[in-house]
Ligand binder design. Structure first.
Ligand SMILES: *[C@@H]1O[C@H](CO)[C@@H](O)[C@H](O)[C@H]1NC(C)=O
Ligand SMILES: *[C@@H]1O[C@H](CO)[C@@H](O)[C@H](O)[C@H]1NC(C)=O
Length: 291
């Protein structure tokens, strides 16, 4: 009896795993090599397939034409650890779509058509370790708090996008960062860039090839200069100089002061004038009274 059960066990396991992976639980155009993996790579999909098993952990959707992810996607697939959406047509991430991903460790959004990463995109995805958002040729804006809750993030790819500026706070808020890619972006070497430059110089060991391959264009003639040729001295004009906002504040407060001065002197002049007339009037009264 016992040897019989021993013999049956692997047989039953084989049958059930075959049923689970080949049967009802695998989307028709995908393959499911094990219990937790759904592989739909390069199947010409134009949307996320239905009937993905809810307990999926690795979901491979790269090389398709998927233009958006439903906003409740990660609420539904809350066991997801690995999500590959590389080389799709994503142009926008609804705020909060990825913020509920409590288990997600790896996320590839490279080679899509994203134009912005806003501050609410990732929320508190504390498990995320690798985030790839390179090769999005229209990606020109990363919000100041975009990666704020990503306390475990070690690898961040933002190479070959359309970034001309990046608030250094975005990088400063990543305590676990070990590897960063920023090359191939059209950075502007202006005073706003100066802070990022200082951070990059101090953290060049985190950059895949150091400062090599990162260039910025000069404000005057747009000529591109490799960062490795610049030093903090190159930005010395920015030290103590005023930004446009500062200038506006100075000009505006100048104008307000002048306006206030004009109003005050006008008020004083009228008061004086008024008193003069009053005193003249009372003198005339006195004279009349004397007569
Ligand atoms: C991106 O996906 C398309 C569509 O499947 C494919 O033809 C192309 O080769 C992929 N590109 C890369 C770089 O993998
Ligand atoms: C990519 O985004 C840009 C601007 O955001 C848009 O003009 C273009 O049509 C998009 N391309 C595709 C293939 O969706």
């Amino acid at each position: 009896m016992i040897p019989c059960i021993n013999w049956l066990q692997p047989f039953l396991a084989l049958i059930s795993s075959t049923l689970l992976t080949r049967g009802l639980n695998c989307p028709s155009s995908c393959v499911c090599p094990d219990h937790h993996t759904v592989d739909c790579t390069g199947k010409g999909l134009t949307r996320v397939p239905d009937s993905i098993p809810l307990n999926v952990r690795r979901l491979l959707l790269s090389n398709n034409w998927i233009p958006w992810i439903p906003y409740d996607f990660l609420v539904l697939y809350s066991d997801l650890v690995y999500l590959d959406l590389r080389n799709n047509s994503l142009s926008q991430l609804d705020p909060g779509t990825l913020s509920t991903s409590s288990r997600l460790v790896f996320l590839d959004l490279g080679s899509n058509n994203l134009s912005e990463i806003t501050s609410e995109t990732f929320g508190e995805s504390r498990s995320l370790i690798k985030l790839r958002v390179g090769n999005n040729p229209y990606l020109h804006m990363v919000g100041r708090d975009a990666f704020k809750g990503l306390t475990s993030l070690r690898e961040l790819e933002l190479q070959r996008n359309a970034l001309s500026a990046l608030d250094v706070v975005v990088l400063e808020s990543l305590p676990s960062l070990r590897m960063l890619r920023l090359e191939g972006n059209p950075w502007h070497c202006n005073c706003h860039f100066a802070k990022l430059f200082v951070w990059l110089s101090e953290n060049s060991h985190k950059l895949l090839k150091g400062l090599e391959g990162i260039e910025c264009s000069l404000p005057l003639d747009g000529r591109r200069v490799p960062l490795s040729l610049l030093s903090e001295e190159s930005f010395r004009e920015c030290r103590g100089t005023l930004t446009l906002t500062d200038y506006l504040i100075v000009i505006f407060s100048g104008i307000s002061v002048s306006v206030a001065a004009i109003i005050t002197s006008f008020f004083l002049a009228s008061t004086v004038h008024c008193f003069q007339r009053l005193s003249k009037g009372s003198k005339a009264d006195e004279e009349e009274g004397n007569d």
